[in-house]
Design a binder for this molecule. Structure first.
Ligand code: FES
Length: 103
């Protein structure tokens, strides 16, 4: 595993999201109901910004046309088909880290 610090804990408070560029890919990061999530940041429909979506009950809704994805699995919430990659994310010593795959 290669953990990379992406921001300080105070830069991702409850209810916040952000985008990060990791190995040339956009990753959407969320803190919702005390849980951290990291998932591909580009919607499979037409490329909408997942980080700008609303999160509820572990599901993010793309702001462009409403496709929904499970944040822990990357599956489309309606079809249960895996569509977006997810990443391991953790908080340690006041920082948020993501496990960055080898490129
Ligand atoms: S681009 Fe995300 S639902 Fe259309």
């Amino acid at each position: 595993m290669t953990w990379k610090t992406i921001c300080s804990s105070h830069e991702l408070l409850e209810g916040m999201s952000r985008e990060e560029l990791l190995n040339g890919e956009i990753v959407a990061i969320f803190r919702n109901s005390g849980v951290l999530y990291a998932i591909d940041g580009v919607c499979m429909h037409q490329g909408g910004p997942i980080a700008k979506g609303c999160v509820r009950d572990g599901i993010v809704t793309c702001p462009w046309h409403g496709w929904q994805y499970e944040l822990t699995t990357g599956c489309n919430a309606a079809t249960k088909k895996k569509m977006l990659k997810t990443y391991q994310i953790r908080e340690i010593d006041g920082h948020i880290e993501i496990d960055v795959p080898e490129s």
